[in-house]
Ligand binder design. Structure first.
Ligand code: ADP
Ligand code: MG
Length: 149
């Protein structure tokens, strides 16, 4: 699959940056002419992944969040959200709906949301080294779309 366009940004894990990251990725994806539903799915998935970096990876301190989005020739977008925080001991368990180490405040549905709103979700994690979440979504080709690719 041919790569068409890409950006990478690095942000500190401040809570303001959850909304900022969501907006940046969604602005970038606009070039694929997504429906409002597709855009909202991507925004929600990005919010969940970035929130996890803020509240879990860097629980008691501010660390760096590396975000990239890449557009491919099949009208898909791949979003990567990486941290160098605490890591996840058991990824399969963490991805189970309702599993949380966040106590009362958290629903344990972040990964479930990412999985259902995107076409593909991969989570790689090493304890003490950090976590990379890679998500992909194909944007529908609509009649009357202005072909820019
Ligand atoms: N980036 C991350 N770094 C460390 N742990 C994480 C990260 N993302 C998720 N986790 C772990 O996976 C669990 C499940 O995440 P999630 O499904 O988003 O639910 P929630 O955030 O509500 O706990 C978290 O409670 C946490 O233990
Ligand atoms: Mg979460």
């Amino acid at each position: 699959m041919k790569s068409i366009n890409k950006f990478t940004i690095t942000l500190p894990s401040r809570s303001y940056n959850e909304a900022f990251a969501r907006s940046v990725v969604s602005s970038f994806v606009l070039q694929l002419d997504p429906t409002l539903d597709e855009l909202s799915d991507i925004k929600t998935a990005v919010s969940e992944a970035v929130t996890n970096c803020i509240v879990h990876a860097y629980k008691d301190y501010i660390g760096k969040i590396y975000i990239s989005a890449e557009i491919f020739s099949d009208n898909s977008v791949q979003v990567k959200i990486r941290d160098t925080g605490c890591g996840i001991p058991n990824v399969a368990e963490a991805m189970e709906p309702l599993y949380t180490t966040g106590g009362e405040d958290r629903a344990g549905l972040g990964f479930a949301v990412m999985q259902s709103f995107m076409d593909n979700l991969k989570v790689k994690s090493t304890i003490g080294k950090g976590t990379t979440v890679t998500m992909r979504k194909k944007i529908s080709l609509r009649a009357g779309k202005n072909a820019t690719l």
